[in-house]
Design a protein around this ligand. Structure first.
Ligand code: SF4
Length: 376
């Protein structure tokens, strides 16, 4: 089983915290879409005999696409890859794109069966600070309209740890989110990424980071409210009700193959990682004129081991020590046995039937634990 990721590198407005590869939407979008179709055809052998179980439109802002454009991409995938009968097909969407008419067409005329809505906050003040296009009313309406249209697998994204965000504000954001009856929530702590407007404002002293204590409090609230609302905390930043896990992302974490189409998209096929150039014009030029537009890194055992630790330990399925022994060998088994001891003794990790998992306490220092377990 494998997944295909399609990167739509256009947005209508630049959010101040974002460092994804994207540009303001312009007439170039038509040429780019043709290039995406061409790249799908060019790379039709990348996944070998694996069936495509998931398709994920990410970005950028995929909800700027017309219905016919979405269908063209999906049908090109189905014509060039072995695809499951009913693959999970996710569209990342901005709330202000999700009007009733668009949603109706999406559900009736495309195979999109999962929405991931970039809500981020239900407070206008936060949305303005983030430079989002939508407001708090649109945030709520987009979910209601999607449900009304018949979508029954909806995820929303939220951001916490914003400058000036209090625990009370975050709590009320979360309460609002759980009231919406969505199946999935992804919640990320804000990071100040180099090259973003937020990073510049941080360095100029206009914005300041929350204290570690405050950040921790907000993460605690997230876990507490998710539990109260019967959401399963299946990955550090991801929560699902009734097992509505993101199959696409779970496959990344379970080391399955994926093909990334579009500028900046990454691919993985067990042997190597590949990434497309993060430049729309160079990407278009490369795909259409048989010039290189990807870079490749062949993975050695240490890289594979480190990738496995990084992705598996963050999930509720944990890290399989037998898999480490059989796939990477005794050197890595001995390494993890030695490095995990202090975390097992300190109740940050548990081990049961050869599976290592983060405890509730360990989740608060997951980045540190993971970095310690990695092979230097
Ligand atoms: S956060 Fe999303 S909508 Fe905002 S600029 Fe980044 S990709 Fe575009």
């Amino acid at each position: 089983m494998a997944g295909i990721y399609i990167h739509i590198p256009f947005c209508r407005k630049m959010c101040h915290y974002c460092n994804f590869h994207r540009a303001l939407v312009d007439e170039n979008i038509n040429v780019l879409l043709k290039s995406l179709v061409k790249e799908i055809e060019l790379r039709k052998n990348y996944l070998g005999h694996d069936f495509v179980e998931t398709i994920y439109f990410g970005g950028g802002t995929p909800s700027i696409l017309e219905i016919s454009e979405i269908n063209l991409i999906i049908s090109t995938i189905r014509n060039n890859f072995k695809t499951d009968d009913n693959p999970e097909i996710t569209l990342e969407a901005n709330p202000d794109d999700l009007g009733r008419e668009y949603l109706q067409k999406l559900i009736e005329n495309t195979l999109i069966n999962r929405l991931s809505i970039g809500i981020q906050s239900f407070y206008d003040e936060d949305l303005k600070l983030l430079n989002r296009r939508h407001n708090s009313v649109q945030a709520k309406e987009s979910v209601a309209y999607a449900q009304e249209a018949g979508f029954s697998n909806i995820s929303i994204d939220l951001i916490y740890g914003l400058p000036g965000m209090t625990a009370d504000r975050w709590k009320s954001n979360l309460k609002q989110a759980f009231k919406l009856n969505v199946q999935h929530i992804s919640a990320y702590h804000l990071t100040f990424e180099p090259g973003t407007e937020f990073y510049r404002l941080l360095n100029e002293g206009v914005l300041s980071q929350l204290s570690d204590n405050e950040s921790l409090k907000q993460f605690e609230l997230l876990i507490e409210l998710a539990q109260k609302n019967k959401f399963i905390h299946y990955e550090i930043s991801n929560f699902a009700k009734d097992e509505y896990y993101s199959i696409h992302n779970t496959n990344y974490w379970k080391q399955k193959k994926y093909l990334g189409i579009g500028p900046s998209a990454h691919s993985y096929n067990y042997i190597s990682r590949q990434w497309n150039i993060a430049d729309n014009n160079k990407y278009i030029e490369g795909v259409n004129n048989s010039r290189p537009y990807t870079e490749k890194e062949t993975l050695d055992a240490t890289m594979k081991y480190n990738d496995y630790i990084l992705t598996s330990l963050r999930t509720m399925w944990g890290t399989d020590l037998s898999y480490i022994e059989s796939s990477f060998g005794a050197k890595y088994s001995a390494h993890i046995a030695g490095k995990s001891k202090k975390f097992l003794d300190g109740s940050n990790l548990t081990e049961d039937r050869n599976i290592l998992k983060l405890t509730e306490k360990g989740k608060f220092i997951s980045d540190y634990i993971i970095s310690e377990l990695m092979f230097p």
